[in-house]
Structure formats: C-alpha cells, structure tokens
Design a binder for this molecule. Structure first.
Ligand code: ADP
Length: 472
C-alpha cells in the first residue's frame, strides 16, 4: 500500500468510502421503504373493509327489484334477504374481503387462507397478524351492526408480501447497477486525481532536474492559479531562484578567489625560478626571499579574509548578538588603531557615551578596524582620520572620515563588491574584501552603509544601525 502512487491511494479510499456510503444509504432507504409499504398495506386493508361495511344490507322483501337487470347480489337470510351491493370489493389490490356468520361460516366473498385462519377469533376493528406457510397476513375484522345484520362479520385479509416483489426488483436492479456506478466513479476519480496531482509531478520533475548538469534555470510552469499547488510551485520557484543566486555567487567567489591567488603564486614561482636558475648574489637571494615573504603574507591574509567572509555569509548563526556597550567598544578600537600612526596620520574620535546596542562584539570591531585601516591606507601623509559615534532618532550613527585620496563617483557603489579594488588603490596592498566584509557585517546587524567621497579631498563611511533591532 505504501508503495502505491498517491493517485491510486486516493482513488482506492474514495471508492471504498463511496461503496460504503452507497450501500448504507440503500439499506436505510429500503428499511424506511419497507415500513412505509407495510403501513400502506394495513391502511389499505382497513379502508377496503370499512368501505365494504356499507355495501351489505338486510331486506325483508325483494319484490320491487327487477332481478334480471339487477347487478346487486341477493342471499336468502333469516326470512328476508341479504343484499350485497355490486360495489362490494371482495378482491381488490390483493385485499380479500368475505362475509361470515359469527361461527365463521362463509356467506359471501373470498378468503385465500380461509381454512388456515378459521381458528382466529373475530376482534372488531383490530388488525391481527397470522403466518401461514411462511407467509404473513394481516387480518382486519368488522362487526356488522345495521338492523338485521346482527351476528355477521366482515373479514379482510391481505398478504404482507404484497409489494415485496417490487422491492426485490429494485434491490436486484440496484445490485446490478451499483457496482457499475462505483466502477465508473472510480475511473472518474482516478482521472481527476491524476489531473489534480499533475502539478506535483511537474514540481517533482523540475526539482530533480534542477542543478543536474549545471542546469539552474529550471522553473516550474503550471499556469495561472491561486490554489495550494500553485502556491507550492511558486515557493519552489522562489527557492530555485535563491539557489541559482547562491550558486552564482559561489561560482563567482571561487573564480575571483582563484584569480586573486594566482598572482602571488606566479610571483613566488618566478622568484623561485630566478633564484634556482643560476648562483645569485646574497642581495639578490635576500630580495627574492623578501618578495616571497610579502606574497605569502598577502596570500595568508587573503585566505583568512575569505574564510571570515564565508563564515559570516554561510553560517551567520554562529555569531551571537548580545547587549554591548558600543561607545566603549569603539573607544577601545580607536585607541588601538591610533597607535599605528602610519604616514603621520592622526586618528581622532568623537564618541557619545553609554550607547548600548544589540550586536556581535567581534564583528563590530572588525567593521571599525576595516574602515580605519582603509582610511590609513588611502589617507594622505600627515592627514587626519575622525571616528564619530552618536545616537539620534532611534538610530546609532558610526562614521569614519579621512582627508585622503577619495573615491571617484562611478566607483563608489562598486567598492562594496567582493575583490573590487578602485583605481586609486595601490595595487598589492589590500585584498578587495575589506569593504564587502563591512557590508556583510552591516547587513547582519540590520543596518545600512553609505559613502560620501570626493576625489583628492577625502571620504566618509557612514554606518547606521536601528536601535530596536530584533535579536536573531
Ligand atoms: P582593499 O583591500 O583593496 O582595501 P576594500 O574592499 O577594503 O579592499 O576596498 C575596496 C576599494 O575601495 C579599495 O581598493 C579602494 O580603492 C577603495 N577604498 C576603500 N576605502 C577607501 C578610502 N577610505 N579612501 C579611498 N578609497 C577607498
């Protein structure tokens, strides 16, 4: 059962349920029908006998009757005559009526079980039941009370089986028809289930094709609609889109990373070949080793940056956000970074006190370090760096400004891309990952970043964090 396709299971359940419902309904209908028929038979019996009561009369003389043309029936009775009207129904709708003396001697009429029912006493106006040869009969007696008819009884008899033939015909017909109807509806149900489950099949086909042989453009097309299956297809398409984006980013990242690593590796290879080609002077060996060391440092930084970046992008959950004193954190990073004093550049800070923020200490200090490092790196000799932290209108603003070389307007957006280095960068110094890491950290904290810069005048990086940020 577990291995059967869903459409079979649905059809099977549907057919079983339908069969049970149909048979149960038929059973109830037949039961009710039986009760109704039995009541109708009894009512019919009573009405027929009651009607016949008025059709029997006693006459002292029949001299005035034109016997040859008379349709009524006359029986000599107690010095007079019994007149049985021609409307007397001795057999109608399988109801038999007969006229009796009180000792059960038959005077007129018909009774199919006359001898078998002879022991049954007359009871006025009451239906009795008797079974003869496995057949049940209803019997209804009526005492005649009109003048001259004293001591006479009318007895009506009807078989309980009357009407049963019709019912058994209906049952036979139903038993033949129902399996056919169930079969037809099972086929219909199967086709319907197949049609309705078709989108699921398409979703499953698309999902299994997605990603095979680099196929990332695969989408589910099940047409217009708003039902659950269309919503499911939409969710899947959304997921495919995100996966495609993630795959693309991943692919780009790998290609950029290998590209970036290729340069230092080539330089190292060249230096090694140069040193091993022929004997060199001590200074040449030293220079070659210094170059190799520089390139190794660069590679090591690049690898570390990539690992940090990937960790933040792929498993942001591993960074916990907690209540931190941002003022104190910024103060301490500025204190450490001010010690660099590269190129005679001075670092100043304007920090508002007691700004508390929900964030990750390690990431926020990395963000600030990256921005200050860039400000030193792209600053002018004897220049200034100013770090500001303030709180206003439910936002925290952290800015790092320098009076360095500045960034061209067309490059200001691109500098946040991974491995991007603007023309102003002194090639070989950075890795091009610093600002994209900053951008990821800002995103992680639900904030935003913007840059204001003018070539030759300096740059300001402004980071805004909402104060009411939900904890992840
Ligand atoms: P890099 O390792 O090259 O510094 P980043 O991602 O930190 O990489 O920065 C990307 C580019 O943005 C840099 O190569 C540089 O051209 C430009 N840049 C970043 N910060 C500044 C700044 N304070 N002043 C001028 N240019 C900057």
């Amino acid at each position: 059962m577990k291995r059967l396709p869903i459409r079979f299971k649905i059809t099977l359940w549907f057919t079983v349920a339908l069969t049970i419902v149909v048979f149960f309904t038929c059973f109830i209908v037949l039961m009710v029908n039986h009760q109704v028929i039995q009541k109708t038979i009894r009512d019919n019996l009573v009405v027929t006998v009651e009607d016949n009561v008025d059709e029997v009369e006693f006459r002292t003389s029949i001299d005035h009757v034109d016997l040859p043309n008379e349709t009524d029936y006359f029986i000599i009775f107690r010095g007079g005559y019994l007149e049985i009207d021609d409307d007397f129904m001795d057999q109608v709708n399988e109801v038999y009526t007969a006229l009796y003396y009180a000792d059960k001697t038959l005077i007129y009429g018909e009774n199919p079980i006359s001898s078998k029912a002879s022991h049954l006493e007359f009871i006025d106006s009451k239906i009795q039941r008797i079974t003869v040869n496995h057949t049940s009969y209803y019997i209804f007696d009526r005492k005649l009370t009109l003048e001259g008819l004293e001591g006479l009884w009318l007895r009506g008899i009807v078989s309980e089986n009357q009407g049963k033939t019709q019912i058994s015909d209906i049952i036979k017909f139903s038993l033949l028809l129902l399996p056919f109807l169930v079969f037809v509806s099972a086929i219909g149900g199967y086709l319907l289930a197949k049609k309705m489950l078709r989108p699921i099949q398409m979703i499953s086909e698309s999902a299994s094709k997605f990603g095979t042989g680099g196929e990332l453009k695969q989408r589910i097309a099940i047409g217009e609609g708003k039902d659950e299956l269309h919503q499911l297809a939409e969710s899947f398409n959304g997921m495919f889109e995100r996966l495609e984006e993630a795959f693309e980013t991943e692919r780009q990242f790998t290609s950029d990373a290998s590209h970036e690593l290729r340069t230092p590796v080539s330089v190292i290879m060249a230096q090694c070949e140069f040193s091993l080609e022929e004997p060199r002077s001590d200074e040449e060996y030293e220079r070659a080793l210094q170059t190799i060391q520089r390139q190794c440092r660069k590679m090591s930084k690049l690898i570390n940056d990539m690992l940090d970046f990937t960790r933040l992008e792929m498993s942001a959950d591993s960074y916990i956000r907690e209540q931190i004193d941002l003022s104190e954190l910024v103060q301490s990073v500025c204190f450490d970074m001010a010690l660099i004093q590269e190129n005679g550049i001075a670092l100043e800070s304007e920090i508002e006190h007691d700004i508390v923020f929900q964030g990750n200490r390690q990431l926020l200090s990395r963000l600030l370090t990256n921005l200050i490092t860039n400000a030193y790196r792209y600053g002018k000799a004897d220049g200034h760096i100013v770090v500001r932290l303030k709180q206003r209108e439910g936002e925290v603003e952290l800015s790092v400004s320098d009076d360095g070389i500045g960034i061209a307007p067309e490059e200001q957006k691109k500098i946040f891309q991974r491995f991007y280095q603007a023309d102003n960068s002194h090639s070989g110094i950075g890795t091009g990952l610093g600002l994209s890491m900053v951008n990821e950290i800002v995103k992680f904290h639900g904030g935003r970043i913007q840059v204001e810069s003018e070539l030759g005048k300096g740059s300001s990086f402004l980071v805004y964090f909402g104060m009411s940020v939900e904890l992840p």
